[in-house]
Design a protein around this ligand. Structure first.
Ligand code: AQP
Length: 333
């Protein structure tokens, strides 16, 4: 059955293995299924919820588009564009922020994590970020949203907002209620330095993540220095309980080699981590280096990337522009 796919990545630099295994790898698989209509968005309006340097933002927008293409998304099949080029996103976000109750937003854990202790100083934009995300998705009658596990709560909110709007304005099925596409396994890749913390772009330690632009030497070095424990690799999954760093590295190996954790444990059970880390660094380099090489090539071709983003924005505008007109009519503008 054909799916209407929408997902986004923030152009905030340092795209990493978590973004790849949790989201972009799935984007590529969905792009490759002939019958799907896919839209992959560089969500620059989301990026500015936290202060960005203007020049870095500009180059990160291009680099995120380059990462999509270098990872295998075909711009002649899928729409690739940056959010700020299509006005309907900001407009729909305002309208839906008048539908979403404060109580729902108060429950969003990502705001609490990102705002930290000093939430008085966090931007209003960071607080209503999930409403903008709901707008992105709902403008395109999206049926499925591929995301990492950390976005599950925002997806549930999107569904709630769609249903509340449909009910309040008595327009059954106007907003399609989207389904999340979250991988059952390895949908949350953890930091290489702390198995209880998500691998993240903003972690001040570069050793905590594998960037998609890392060279083979950098990958080998980061994996060598990744935190583990002093026990050998077990043969069964249950014995990974309370060993978050070991579980994370074995999960990364399984995910990048498209195999189950059980199979990975069959392969490495009883072996020590120094042996396993060599194998992990090897397979990561073989999969990441071609992407990294391609990103570096593409970012020099600004004109090519700008054209892809421009064409994508025109296509996105023709869909979202119609939907926002209908939204305005429904609410009485
Ligand atoms: N560690 C992760 N494991 C699995 N999936 C992840 N994603 C992010 N981190 C992981 C998924 O990547 C997609 C794009 O994420 P994003 O760029 O929109 O923003 P993010 O989730 O805020 O990314 P970071 O790295 O965590 O940034 P900071 O440091 O700013 O918090 C999403 O589908 C996300 O689920």
């Amino acid at each position: 059955m054909s799916k209407k796919i929408f997902s986004g990545v923030q152009p905030t630099g340092n795209l990493h293995l978590g973004n790849y295994l949790g989201a972009i790898k799935n984007f590529v698989e969905l792009n490759n299924e002939k019958e799907n209509d896919c839209i992959f968005c560089v969500v620059d309006l989301h990026a500015i919820t936290i202060k960005q340097d203007k020049n870095e933002l500009k180059s990160n927008i291009r680099e995120t588009a380059a990462t999509f293409i270098a990872s295998g998304i075909d711009p002649s099949k899928s729409i690739i564009f940056n959010q700020s080029k299509v006005q309907a996103h900001a407009e729909a976000s305002w309208i839906l922020s008048c539908t979403a109750p404060m109580g729902w937003l108060n429950r969003m854990t990502q705001f609490k994590e990102k705002a930290g202790k000093d939430k008085e100083k966090a931007s209003v934009g960071l607080y209503i970020y999930p409403v903008l995300m709901a707008s992105d998705i709902l403008l395109y009658d999206t049926s499925h949203v591929p995301v990492g596990e950390d976005q599950k709560q925002h997806l549930e909110l999107t569904r709630d907002i769609a249903q509340k709007f449909n009910k309040e304005f008595i327009c059954d099925d106007f907003f399609k209620v989207p389904e999340p596409l979250i991988k059952k396994n390895f949908s949350r890749i953890m930091s290489l330095k702390d198995g209880l913390k998500k691998m993240s772009k903003s972690d001040p330690s570069g050793l905590s993540r594998i960037n998609l632009t890392d060279t083979k030497d950098e990958i080998v070095n980061k994996i060598r220095k990744a935190k583990t424990d002093s026990f050998p690799i077990p043969n069964i999954e249950k014995e990974l309980n309370d060993r978050p760093e070991a579980e994370n590295l074995l999960g990364i190996y399984s995910s990048i080699s498209n195999q189950t954790l059980e199979k990975t444990l069959d392969e490495f059970g009883g072996k020590n981590f120094s042996f396993f880390k060599n194998e992990l660094a090897e397979i990561l380099s073989s999969k990441i280096s071609p992407i990294s090489g391609e990103i570096k090539k593409l970012i020099h071709d600004r004109q090519y990337l700008d054209n892809i983003l421009l064409e994508g924005a025109e296509k996105a505008e023709s869909i979202a522009g119609k939907k926002i007109k209908e939204i305005k009519k429904i609410i009485g503008f």
